[in-house]
Design a protein around this ligand. Structure first.
Ligand code: ZN
Length: 113
């Protein structure tokens, strides 16, 4: 399945939903799941790259290091894009957990979006 991950480098990243600290990067991951009625549903999950929470994750650490060195997202930078793709591939796995998705949707509602 072809999944495109949309990384919102142009926007300021929101605060990390896990620790409340400032996030480095925000991405939206499109995904499809089957709801309780057995229908296929498409949606987006938001993922924030956090320098604290993600520091020891193998797929995120190199990208965090890149930010420490370069400061800001630069999608014209080859190394950045490579690390971004690796990170995006890594964040995707937990998105397949429907319960995690519901928790996030609920969180978003509370946030008034
Ligand atoms: Zn965090």
């Amino acid at each position: 399945m072809n999944r495109r991950i949309e990384v919102l480098t142009a926007e300021a990243a929101p605060d990390c939903p896990r620790c409340g600290g400032p996030g480095l990067l925000h991405s939206r991951v499109p995904h499809t799941w089957t709801n309780a009625a057995g229908r296929r549903v498409r949606g987006y999950g938001g993922v924030v790259l956090c320098p604290e929470c993600d520091a020891d994750k193998p797929h995120a650490a190199p990208l965090i290091t890149w930010f420490h060195v370069n400061g800001q997202a630069d999608d014209g930078d080859e190394e950045f894009v490579r690390l971004l793709v690796a990170w995006a591939a890594g964040v995707f796995v937990p998105m397949l957990d429907e319960r995690a998705l519901e928790a996030e949707v609920e969180q978003r509602r509370r946030g008034g979006l």
